[in-house]
Design a protein around this ligand. Structure first.
Ligand SMILES: Cc1ncc(COP(=O)(O)O)c(C=O)c1O
Length: 347
């Protein structure tokens, strides 16, 4: 029986034996009382890795983003974000529903607004305008195709933000992919950003969990809002242990996922009807348009599935593929053959 190749997302990874062992052996306590030693160790480690004062464990990235945006805003204010951003498209308008803020949506290149765009849309302080609560940047920018936002670009946005006294949040669900692609570390890449959320449950391979990092004051407030949103957890050291294991064992290997994405995209670029530019693939995500003579995205996905490959159709004419730690180089070579077959290419 052929194994399935699941390229829908890096969230589909399953915990390895080593990770499960770490989880099973974790010391636990009640985290609402801050008494879970494994959660405390994970938070301290995350703060250390990011060069921040403190960190807070979150059940999901969405809750991490919602908590950060709530702490930074008050109802009736605005969050500047990109049109492709996860907070704008895939979090059920949580910023509006929970924090009462309005997204001020910009079309940045590669999924991140530029400093000039941001500066144009920071609201002047006039009583009838909704004040700008914060700027949110996503790195890597998922739906832009896993594009990487460089330190230079971040710094330019930070300079504008500081000039206007506006804080900056980063949705760093895949910040370790970004840092790896730029051959830097997450602390240097994100220095000066007021609060940042990153996920353990994506390329890092943990079953659950995200963290928010920031100043002591910020994290104190984030703890209160996490509880408000129902995210106060008890003996979650078993999950934090997976996170500690992931940070220890699965960061360096993200480079393999990037190499696999490159191998895949370079072959896909030669296939009929796939409009894909290898130049734009910078991490573990490939997004491409399908056009004649290829069938539409849904039909192509169905054909791929018949051949044991699962992809993520993003709409009628777009497909997303994501490489991750449960996909080997052999799987990628098989995936290339499956695509060729699904498109009716001769061997
Ligand atoms: C860029 C980005 N931010 C945030 C999230 C939310 O993470 P979660 O699924 O843990 O809520 C995701 C999840 O796919 C994401 O891709």
């Amino acid at each position: 029986v052929q194994e399935w190749i699941d390229l829908r997302s890096d969230t589909v990874t399953r915990p390895s034996q080593g990770m499960r062992k770490a989880m099973a052996g974790a010391e636990v306590g009640d985290d609402v009382y801050s008494e879970d030693p494994t959660v405390n160790a994970l938070q301290e480690r995350a703060a250390e890795i990011f060069g921040r004062e403190a960190a807070l464990f979150m059940p999901t990235g969405s809750m991490g983003n919602a908590v950060c945006l709530t702490v930074l805003s008050s109802p009736g204010s605005e969050v500047i974000c990109d049109r492709l951003s996860h907070i704008y498209n895939y979090e059920l308008a949580a910023m509006s529903a929970l924090a009462g803020v309005m997204p001020r949506v910009l079309d940045g290149p590669a999924g991140v607004p530029t400093a000039a765009q941001v500066e144009k849309y920071i609201q002047p302080s006039i009583y009838y305008l909704s004040p700008t609560a914060c700027i949110s940047l996503e790195n890597t920018a998922n739906i832009a195709g896993g594009r990487v936002c460089t330190r230079e670009k971040i710094e330019r946005v930070l300079t504008v933000a500081r000039k206007h006294g506006v804080p900056v949040h980063m949705d760093g669900a895949r910040i370790f992919n970004a840092a790896g692609a730029l051959e830097t570390d997450v602390a240097s890449l994100t220095e000066g950003i007021d609060c940042l959320m990153f996920c353990l449950s994506k390329g890092l391979g943990a079953p659950v969990g995200s963290l928010v990092v920031g100043s002591k004051n910020f994290i104190g407030e984030a703890r209160r809002v996490r509880k408000l949103y129902g995210g106060g957890m008890r003996q979650v050291g078993i999950l934090a242990a997976a996170g500690l294991y992931a940070l220890e064992n699965n960061v360096e290997r993200l480079a393999e996922d990037h190499q696999n994405a490159r191998l895949l995209v370079e072959s896909l670029a030669g296939l009929p009807g796939l409009d894909v530019d290898p130049e734009t693939v910078e991490s573990n995500i490939i997004i491409f348009k399908v056009d004649s003579p290829a069938p539409d995205a849904e039909e192509l996905s169905r054909r791929l599935e018949d051949l044991s490959l699962v992809a993520d159709p993003l709409g009628p004419d777009q497909i997303r593929l994501v490489t991750h730690l449960d996909v080997s180089k052999n799987d990628i070579n098989r995936a290339i053959e499956i695509f060729a077959k699904a498109l009716g290419c001769p061997k």
